[in-house]
Design a protein around this ligand. Structure first.
Ligand code: GDP
Length: 533
C-alpha cells in the first residue's frame, strides 16, 4: 500500500480544452485506452455527431451522469494516477472553462491541424493563459491535410502570447503523412496507416534515426530534405527548451499527432507526465497549503443540478488541495460556517461513476449538494480552518429580461432560475424594487440564454419570455449610501440591483460609462460586486 504522500505524488490533474470537433473526445478516449481504463475506442460518451455547443449541451443533457463533458475522468498509467477535466468547447462557456482550469494543475489544448486556433475559441484558449499554468498543445489530425507547422506554431504564439517549443515535428501531412521527428531522441516515429486504420487498438510506433540510410527510401527524397532543413532551422532558430518556462506557463510544448489513428498519443502522454508536476501548493488565508499537508482541504469549482433526472440531485465538484479524503469524515464548510459530512462522494472512472472511499490531493470528487454550496467555497478540516481565494466571476456582457409565460408557474420559475444562477451558469438581477417574477439575466456568452431556456423548460417545466436588452457593460456602484435615483445618467443607462441589494448600472457603451463618471462627482464604479476592477 502506498502512503497518502506517495498517492499525492503520483497524481496529475489537467484540463483539456479544444474548439468543438478538434478531437478532444477522441484524444481523451485514446489516453484512457493507454491507461487500460477502457478496452476499445468508442466508449467515451462524447459529443459525437453534435455540431454546435447548444446541441452539444442538449445531447449532454440526455446523457447526464456519464458524459465526459460534465465531469472528470481518472485513470492510471505507469504508476501515475491521472485526472482529466473536460471543458465545454465553445467560447460562450469560457467562464466554465476558467473555473475548471482553477481545479487543474495544467492544461492540454487540442488544435485541429487543418484549422489552427479557430476564431470562435480564441477567447477560450486565451482564458487558459490567464492562470499561468503549464499549457501543452496537441496539434491533431495530421493524417489529414494540415496547415504548415510553422504557421500553426506562429499562430499560437501570436494569438495567445505564449512561446512554443515543438517537441516533435511532423513529416508531411494528410496522405503524405509519414510520422514525426522526435527532437530530443533525434528519432523518427513512422506512421503506418494500415496498422492504425480503425484506431481501435494501441499501435506500435517504430523509430529510426535521421542519419539512417534507409530513410530516403522510407520518406522519399523531398520529405527527407524538408525534414532535414526543418530540424536544422528549429535547432538553430527555434525557442530553447526550458522546463522552468513550461511550468510557469510561458512556453507551450507542442506535439503533432493524430488521435483518431492513435499516432503520437502515447509519446505525448509520456512527455506530458515527465514535464508536469504533482499537485501544487495553493494560497489560503492561513498561508500556503501544501498538498501533502495531512489535513484535508478542497474547494468547489463547479455545481451541476439535475445530473440524474430521476433523482433531481445536485452535485458539487470539488478539487482536493491537501491531505486525504475519507468517506464519512467530517469536514468544515467555511462559507456555511458549519461541520458536515460529504454525502455520496463520487468519482468518474472511464465510463462509470463510482462511490469512493478515499481520494487524495489532486483528485476531483463530486458530492451530493443539498443546496448549501456555492462556487469557490472552501472545505477543510475542523481542526485547521482557512479559506482559499474565491473564483472570480466574469462580468456578463449580454442581458435579457426574463419572466415565466404562465404566471401560475412563478414558484418553479424562481426555483429554477435561482438554482441555475447558483451553479454559476448565469447571473441574475432585479429592477429596483422589482420582484423575482421578472428578472434581468446576465451572461458571458449568448448561448447561455439558450441553455437557460432549455433547462427551465426541461428541468422545471417553465416556458419563459425573454427580451434582450441593448446593454453590454455592467458596473457596481461602490458608494455605499448613494441613492441611485439621484444620479445624472444618459437615458439608455439602466439602474438595477443584485440579489444582495447592491446597486449597479448597465451601460450600452463605454462612452456612457465615462459620461456617468464625468457627470456624477465622486461616483465610484467597479466591474465586480466586491469592488475589484
Ligand atoms: P471534440 O468535439 O473535440 O471532442 O472532437 P471529437 O473527438 O468528437 O472529433 C471530431 C471528429 O473528428 C470525429 O469525427 C473524429 O473521428 C474526428 N477526428 C478526431 N481526431 C482525428 C484525427 O486525428 N484524424 C482524423 N482524420 N479525424 C479525427
Amino acid at each position: 500500500m502506498l502512503d497518502y504522500k506517495q498517492e499525492i505524488e503520483r497524481r496529475r490533474t489537467f484540463a483539456i480544452i479544444s474548439h468543438p470537433d478538434a478531437g478532444k473526445t477522441t484524444l481523451t478516449e485514446k489516453l484512457l485506452l493507454y491507461g487500460g481504463a477502457i478496452q476499445q475506442a468508442g466508449m467515451v460518451k462524447g459529443k459525437r455527431n453534435m455540431r454546435h455547443a447548444v446541441s452539444d449541451w442538449m445531447e449532454i443533457e440526455k446523457q447526464r451522469g456519464i458524459s465526459v463533458t460534465s465531469s472528470v475522468m481518472q485513470f492510471a498509467y505507469n504508476n501515475f494516477c491521472i485526472n482529466i477535466l473536460d471543458t465545454p468547447g465553445h467560447q460562450d462557456f469560457s467562464e466554465d472553462t476558467y473555473r475548471t482550469l482553477m481545479a487543474a494543475d495544467s492544461a492540454v489544448m487540442v488544435i485541429d491541424a487543418g484549422k489552427g486556433v479557430e476564431k470562435q475559441t480564441r477567447k477560450l484558449f486565451k482564458v487558459c493563459t490567464l492562470r499561468n499554468i503549464p499549457i501543452f498543445t496537441f496539434i491533431n489530425k495530421m493524417d489529414r491535410d494540415a496547415r504548415s507547422p510553422y504557421d500553426l506554431t506562429e499562430q499560437i504564439e501570436e494569438e495567445l502570447g505564449i512561446k512554443t517549443y515543438a517537441v516533435n515535428w511532423p513529416i508531411g501531412s494528410g496522405r503524405d503523412f509519414q510520422g514525426v521527428y522526435d527532437r530530443a531522441a533525434k528519432k523518427i516515429l513512422t506512421f503506418t496507416a494500415e496498422e492504425t486504420a480503425n484506431g481501435a487498438h494501441q499501435v506500435a510506433e517504430s523509430a529510426s534515426d535521421l542519419s539512417d540510410p534507409k530513410l530516403a527510401g522510407l520518406l522519399g527524397d523531398d520529405l527527407l530534405a524538408t525534414l532535414r532543413d526543418d530540424v536544422e532551422l528549429l535547432d538553430g532558430a527555434g525557442e530553447e527548451f526550458s522546463l522552468e518556462d513550461v511550468r510557469q506557463g510561458k512556453l507551450s510544448p507542442v506535439f503533432f499527432g493524430s488521435a483518431l489513428t492513435n499516432f503520437g498519443v502515447e509519446p505525448f502522454l509520456q512527455e506530458f507526465l515527465r514535464m508536469t508536476t504533482p499537485p501544487l501548493p495553493r494560497e489560503s488565508t492561513a498561508g500556503t497549503v501544501n498538498p501533502t499537508d495531512p489535513d484535508f482541504s478542497a474547494f468547489v469549482f463547479k455545481i451541476q443540478a439535475n445530473m440524474n433526472k430521476a433523482h433531481r440531485d445536485r452535485v458539487a465538484f470539488m478539487r482536493i488541495c491537501s491531505g486525504e479524503f475519507d468517506r464519512g469524515m467530517e469536514v468544515m464548510h467555511m462559507q456555511g460556517g458549519r461541520k458536515m459530512k460529504l454525502m455520496q462522494p463520487q468519482q468518474l472512472m472511464a465510463e462509470q461513476r463510482e462511490v469512493i472511499d478515499h481520494a487524495y490531493a489532486g483528485d476531483i470528487i463530486g458530492v451530493f449538494d443539498p443546496g448549501v454550496f456555492s462556487i469557490g467555497d472552501t472545505l477543510c478540516s475542523p481542526a485547521k480552518k482557512f479559506t482559499f481565494g474565491g473564483i472570480p466571476t466574469f462580468a456578463p456582457e449580454h442581458f435579457s429580461r426574463v419572466s415565466p409565460v404562465d404566471t401560475m408557474k412563478r414558484k418553479q420559475f424562481v426555483k429554477g432560475i435561482t438554482q441555475i444562477a447558483q451553479e454559476g451558469a448565469i447571473q441574475i438581477f432585479q429592477e429596483l424594487n422589482g420582484s423575482m417574477e421578472e428578472v434581468i439575466v446576465g451572461v458571458v456568452g449568448v448561448l447561455q440564454f439558450e441553455v437557460l431556456e432549455y433547462r427551465l423548460k426541461n428541468e422545471y417545466k417553465v416556458d419563459i419570455r425573454m427580451e434582450s436588452l441593448p446593454h453590454e457593460y455592467i458596473r457596481w456602484i461602490q458608494n455605499e449610501d448613494l441613492d441611485p435615483k439621484t444620479l445624472d445618467l444618459t437615458s439608455d443607462t439602466r439602474c438595477i440591483q443584485d440579489l444582495k441589494g447592491s446597486h449597479l448600472l448597465l451601460f450600452v457603451s463605454e462612452w456612457n460609462i465615462s459620461w456617468a463618471i464625468d457627470h456624477n462627482k465622486g461616483l465610484h464604479l467597479s466591474e465586480f460586486s466586491n469592488g475589484e476592477s
